[in-house]
Design a protein around this ligand. Sequence first.
Ligand SMILES: *Cc1c(COP(=O)(O)O)cnc(C)c1O
Length: 380
Amino acid sequence: MTYDVPFNKPTLVGEEMQYIQQALAGMHISGDGSFSKQVHRLLEQVLGVPRVLLTTSCTHALEMSAILLNIQAGDEVIVPSFTFVSTVNAFVLRGAKPVFVDVRPDTLNMDENKLEALITPRTRAIVPVHYAGVACEMDAIMAIAQKHNVAVVEDNAHALFGKYKGKYLGTFGVLATQSFHETKNFTCGEGGALLVNDPKLIERAEIIREKGTNRSRFFRGQVDKYTWVDIGSSFLPSDMLAAFLYAQLEHRDEIQAKRAQIWQRYHDHLRDWADEHHVQLPTVPAHVDQAYHMYYMLMPSLDVRTKLIAYLKSKQIGSVFHYLPLHLSDMGKQFGGREGDCPVTEDVSDRLVRLPFFNSLSEVEQLYVIEALHAFTEWS
Ligand SMILES: *Cc1c(COP(=O)(O)O)cnc(C)c1O
């Protein structure tokens, strides 16, 4: 039997259309309608966050963070080079200079041991990314941030419902951002959220999200007219998207259990094979509850990875590499990035491959992928 297994496929839980129809019937399809409020409440209650605000994307939640922290020209922000471009661009848009930190060779997360040496009097923020849904070393990162009075913004796009030492990711930093893009564990096509952990920032976050106006206070009856009070933009999604997302989030336990099963099946079936062929499988520290965002492998070389991706493609299996080092991108070089700055990032970026991983991936499809991997021969 052969199968056609894409790398990713959005999976519906069933109630998405019904909830969108409810939003339509209620005649409130702009932002902050009843479904947006239900998503806010659900995430606030489950995570224990004082305020959650849906946004049009994780990128926009990151941009809001940079505005909220008053990031200015000349400020420095410490970011991993091994991340999605938005983690960095959001701060660069405010005039900040990105300072790239390398990742740990085991979890591929920001290397907390290399962090303190990068702090200068101009450092304003540290942005950890919990890669693949596995937590960064938050005790060490928070201690360094507190010592130097620097804000932490967690890019939690991969790690909603993941934990570090029993505490939810997204609750460590003063701010944290989520993505509900089609490729993430929970989706509404395009979407995101800002988690505001410092109550002092809530009111200004609401203003920035509502075009720099105090419209949120007006809707709550706290002021009798709304007006322009700060800088801002339009960061709130339509309630139709919130309706779609609410359906997905209601099934969060089931979705995470399914993803855990997929992750574990890859891990169990590939362990011996990986040892034999010097392939590095993901590391999940014992004190971390991961969010099962992806399954990746580090192949022995760029050449073997290239051959593996082509081989899997010939078997109708989608596999992809991931981030190119940002410090070596055209923009990264303009900020002084040079080869050798982040040696672990440069190395793993060449060797990493991600396997098909989505909520509706069936056991037979997955076993087909595993069997194909076992039959791969082009190791040199
Ligand atoms: C997906 C992703 C983003 C961007 O998310 P959008 O919702 O598409 O803006 C940012 N950071 C990381 C780490 C991501 O994986």
